[in-house]
Design a protein. Structure first.
Length: 352
């Protein structure tokens, strides 16, 4: 807990009386406070004054008419007020409100897995924390409008509307994510240069081309690569079928299976086709939370979703959203209170 110090300064006044009034008030608060009392410098025309410092007990040197000076830099002044005729009990009440840690009123939990949601709610209840649960995107967007909401902890993968089978929103999101990814942009650029001249519906040729484009140094423009330029040049005199066959033979010679880039975005779209639960709509919840000015923490399980988390992690990182992950070898981590404690602590940091 932070240590706070109240310092009383009064010229021609009974500082002991002020000390005891403040001390009585402090005993009723839950703050960690200590008291100092001193008299103003001789000749000071200031009235009674209270300073509040945060930090350790390094002694400040009080100077009226100029900035307070410190030795050791151990604490800093966070409040200063001339008391005048204000009741000291009122002043102390203002200090309590100022110094007390921010309390979370309600947080939105977005989690479609019933077991994980139950584990999270049990942990938050043990902390005396009020939560609102949303199980899909439609519920999350509706509940984000709650005026008492001060933070969001959201899973990454869940349906748009449970049981509807809708995945159009997820596909649109993944396509947007791919366009923003520099590696994907470069790959699409390279395939776009070749596609007018060779048949990329040939899946082997497409695989060879992807491997080759991935091997081109990042500092070099794909359009300036010698082999790419050769294909474009030959297209003026060779028909598509023959050029496709010859290009395929050449690219096969340099093909290395272990150098083929993984199609994370394609895998994500395929997974959504298998289950509506695989839509990364937590990212849209994150965007809406940012728009509303609400602190947010994303949570997921790489063990459960495997490579599907790669593009999600990349997008979250690019937006500076905190993402708490179980990792590959901790498949039950998300059902434990320790996991939700990690997420909750991360949210608390943003609320301070």
């Amino acid at each position: 807990m932070d240590q706070y110090t109240i310092k009383i300064c009064g010229h021609n006044c009974d500082t002991q009386e002020l000390y005891h009034i403040l001390q009585a008030g402090i005993r009723k608060s839950d703050l960690s406070l200590t008291l100092e009392s001193s008299n103003c410098l001789k000749g000071c025309n200031a009235g009674k004054r209270v300073n509040v410092y945060c930090g350790d007990n390094e002694t400040p040197v009080a100077r009226y008419g100029e900035k307070e000076k410190y030795y050791g830099g151990g604490r800093k002044e966070i409040f200063c007020q001339e008391l005048g005729d204000s009741p000291l009990e009122t002043i102390l009440g203002d200090y309590r409100a100022m110094l007390a840690p921010k309390k979370i009123k309600k947080i939105l939990l977005v989690e479609d897995n019933a077991n994980y949601a139950s584990s999270a709610e049990n942990y938050f209840a043990s902390r005396g924390q009020s939560t609102i649960l949303a199980r899909d995107y439609a519920q999350a967007i509706e509940k984000l409008c709650d005026p008492d909401l001060v933070g969001v902890i959201s899973d990454c993968f869940f349906p748009e509307q449970t049981g509807s089978g809708k995945i159009a929103l997820g596909i649109e999101l993944v396509e947007k994510m791919a366009k923003l990814n520099s590696r994907e942009k470069r790959m699409n650029e390279g395939l776009g240069i070749l596609s007018p001249y060779v048949d990329l519906e040939d899946q082997d040729l497409k695989k060879y081309a992807q491997c080759y484009i991935n091997s081109i140094p990042p500092f070099k423009e794909v359009s300036l690569d010698s082999l790419v330029r050769m294909v474009v040049k030959l297209a003026a005199n060779v028909d598509t079928e023959k050029l496709t066959a010859s290009t395929k033979k050449i690219l096969k010679l340099v093909y290395r299976e272990n150098q083929v880039p993984k199609d994370y975005y394609g895998a994500l779209i395929d997974a959504m086709g298998t289950s509506e639960d695989n839509q990364p709509l937590g990212l849209l919840v994150a965007e809406k939370s940012r728009e509303l000015g609400l602190p947010l923490v994303l949570v997921t399980s790489t063990y459960h979703h495997d490579i599907l988390t790669e593009p999600v992690n990349h997008f979250a990182s690019g937006n500076r959203w905190n993402l708490i992950d179980c990792g590959f070898n901790r498949n039950y981590d998300k059902s434990t209170p320790q996991f939700w404690e990690r997420a909750f602590r991360e949210l608390e940091k943003q609320l301070k």
